[in-house]
Design a protein around this ligand. Structure first.
Ligand SMILES: Cc1cc2nc3c(=O)[nH]c(=O)nc-3n(C[C@H](O)[C@H](O)[C@H](O)COP(=O)(O)O)c2cc1C
Length: 286
C-alpha cells in the first residue's frame, strides 16, 4: 500500500523539527510494512541505560478509542487512531528517563514515515489498558501514544488547534531561558552565536515535547561537558525525551558520546551553581 523505498529518508533531526502531537487520525489501519517497521524499532531503538524498557502494541480504532480519554471530559479526545503504543518500564533507577528516551526514538522514526503520534501520560484509562496487556512484576505503563495517519479534515484541524491552544503547545521558551554557559543563569547567547553546532543541539532540546508543554529542562554548557538539569522533580519522561533529542543532534554533529546519569552530583551542582530545587539529570561529554 505504501511504497517509500524510492523516497530518501529524512534525518532524525528533521523528524525532531516535524513532529507535533496528533490527536485526530483518518481511521485507516497502518500499512503492514509500517507496522512491521514500528515493531522492529520497538525492539532495536537505542536505550539510554540498562533499565528494562519494552513496548506493546494494541490494534484497532475501537480499542484505542476505548483507552484514550479527553483532556476535560471527552474534550480533546483522540479519534481514529488504528494503533496504540504502550511504553512499559520495569523496576530500576531512572525509569522515566529510560522509557522517555527509547519511546521518543520510536516516535521520531514514526514521524520519518509520516505516522502521527502523541505522548500521553495522563489522558488514558490505566485500568482498561491493564486488562489488555500482561505486565510482569514491577512493570508499569508510564505512557502511551496513538499511532496512525493524521486526519486531513477541517473539523479535526480546528479541534486540534483548540487543544493545542489549551495546553499551550505552540509556545516554546526561547533558548536564552533554557541554555546557560559555565554556570546556572549565565547567558549562553554569545556562545551559541559562535558555536552553531551547539546551537543546533540546544535547539533540538528546545523542540522536545513535554507534558502540558512545561519544558522543565535546562542545559548548562561548559567547554568540556553539557549538563541537563530539570526544574521539576517529577519529569522523568520529559527528561528522557530531551536526552534523546540531544543525543540525536549531537550524533549528527559528529559527536559519539553517551549520557552519564551517575556523575558526581554534589561536585557538579556546586561547580555549576545549580539552585537547590533543580535536579541534575545527566552529563554529556563535548
Ligand atoms: C510525557 C508527556 C506526557 C503527555 N501527556 C499528555 C496527555 O496525557 N494528554 C495529551 O493530550 N497530551 C499529552 N502530552 C502532549 C503535550 O501536551 C505536547 O507534547 C506539548 O503540548 C507540546 O506540543 P507538541 O507535542 O505538539 O510539540 C504529553 C507529552 C509528554 C511529553
Amino acid at each position: 500500500m505504501v511504497n517509500e523505498s524510492r523516497q530518501p529518508q529524512i534525518p532524525l533531526t528533521e523528524a525532531i523539527r516535524r513532529r507535533t502531537s496528533c490527536r485526530a487520525y483518518n481511521g485507516l489501519p497502518l500499512a503492514p510494512e509500517h507496522l512491521a517497521m514500528l515493531k522492529g524499532i520497538a525492539r532495536s531503538a537505542p536505550r539510554l541505560n540498562a533499565a528494562p524498557v519494552r513496548f506493546a502494541f494494541l490494534e484497532g480504532v475501537e480499542q484505542t478509542e476505548a483507552i484514550l480519554s479527553g483532556l476535560v471530559g471527552s474534550y480533546g479526545k483522540t479519534r481514529g487512531a488504528p494503533l496504540l503504543l504502550a511504553g512499559i518500564a520495569g523496576p530500576g533507577q531512572h525509569r522515566g528517563e529510560s522509557l522517555g528516551y527509547a519511546m521518543e526514538w520510536l516516535i521520531l522514526e514514526a514521524t520519518r514515515h509520516n505516522i502521527g503520534s502523541c505522548w500521553m501520560s495522563g489522558t488514558f484509562d490505566r485500568q482498561r489498558l491493564a486488562g489488555r496487556i500482561v505486565l510482569e512484576e514491577g512493570e508499569e505503563v508510564l505512557a502511551v501514544s496513538p499511532l496512525g495517519y493524521p486526519s486531513a479534515d477541517a473539523d479535526s484541524a480546528l479541534s486540534q488547534k483548540l487543544v493545542k491552544t489549551l495546553v499551550g503547545a505552540n509556545k516554546r521558551k526561547p533558548l536564552r531561558d533554557i541554555v546557560f554557559t559555565d554556570y546556572w543563569g549565565n547567558s549562553a547567547e554569545a556562545l551559541l552565536v559562535n558555536r552553531p553546532d551547539l546551537q543546533r543541539m540546544a535547539e533540538a532540546v528546545r523542540l522536545a515535547p513535554s507534558a502540558v508543554n512545561r519544558q522543565p529542562w535546562r542545559l548548562v554548557i561548559t567547554p568540556s561537558i553539557a549538563v541537563l538539569a530539570s526544574v521539576s522533580k517529577r519529569s522523568g519522561l520529559d527528561n528522557g525525551i530531551a536526552l534523546c533529542h540531544w543525543a540525536i543532534a549531537a550524533h549528527e554533529e559528529g559527536l559519539s558520546g553517551t549520557w552519564d546519569l551517575n556523575p558526581d552530583r554534589e561536585a557538579l551542582r556546586q561547580a555549576l551553581r545549580l539552585p537547590p530545587r533543580t535536579a541534575l539529570i545527566g552529563v554529556y561529554p563535548l
